[in-house]
Design a protein around this ligand. Sequence first.
Ligand code: DX5
Length: 331
Amino acid sequence: MIKSTYLSQRYCGLSRLQRCTIRHCKGRCTNCNRRAPTARASNRATHVRAAAAAEPRQVQIIPSVLPADWANMGQCVKELEEAGVDRIQFDVMDGNFVPNLTFGPEMIAACRNYCDVPFETQLMVSNYNSDTMLEEYVNATKGLNGEPGVVIVHVEACTHLHRSLSKIRDMGGSPSVALNPHTPAELVLNVLDLVDHVLVMTVNPGFGGQAYIPTMLDKITQLRSAIVERGLDVDIEVDGGIKADQTIMECAAAGANCFIAGSGMFAYPTLKEGCDALRAKALEGQKTFVDAYRRAVPAARRRTPAPVWMHPPAATCNGTCMMMANLVIEA
Ligand code: DX5
């Protein structure tokens, strides 16, 4: 009986119960000559496969009002609605959680009378502020007929995140949780069942017009796969430096479907041009990934997302997994 290390058992895809009889040389399977995946690659492969296995979610374009003319905010939200946006984001900053100050629930409630498009409020505020004023924010964000508005709390600000998200739901809001760039996805995995959205910040919050941080893509894919694997109905939003270019395309390909844009929308001659350009690029990004996955994985295998790096029985080793490996490398 050959005693094999845990890695070789994993690498061969055989479970703990099935003893590995394949001998290894320089990390290649002597059966089909494949390279042993690094832990990171196989984790990423899992996330990518799981994320891709699900049907793409509806693309939503959501302007941030930070670049708007604040003296005419009501008129601005009306124009954004006419431009065809899916929701409007209000960035609440208290000068404490972020080094900037904006407005409170009164401004959001005042804008409600100018349009019917759904609102979302991102609370970049201290724990004390989000705890003591949560009801005001939830009510100000609701629709004209009391429809739930999206209220986003930051995992970094909420000591009792599970309670805050449950409260938003109980108050008739649509709960969402945001993660700053340094925050790992693991910190929200235990509340994914409570939210309708997860917001992955692609800049450090506090200001508009900052550069997009591309290293957030793995986090998006990891969250998408966790959501898909649990069969949850949760959108992924990205916010910060999103433009109608590679930034929105690669976020869409990674699994995001809601895109917040401030300067990236207000930079266009008209808001409609900005909205349409962002939506077109997001759809292109989503399609690119789904097409690559569909080309690579036969329909029969798409129905059930494959388990981690499954080693096909020797007789049927037809290189399928090599195709998957290529997909992962390309993605
Ligand atoms: C930043 C805000 C963002 C910001 C996005 O803290 O949360 O919504 O307004 O602006 P751009 O798209 O210009 O980065």
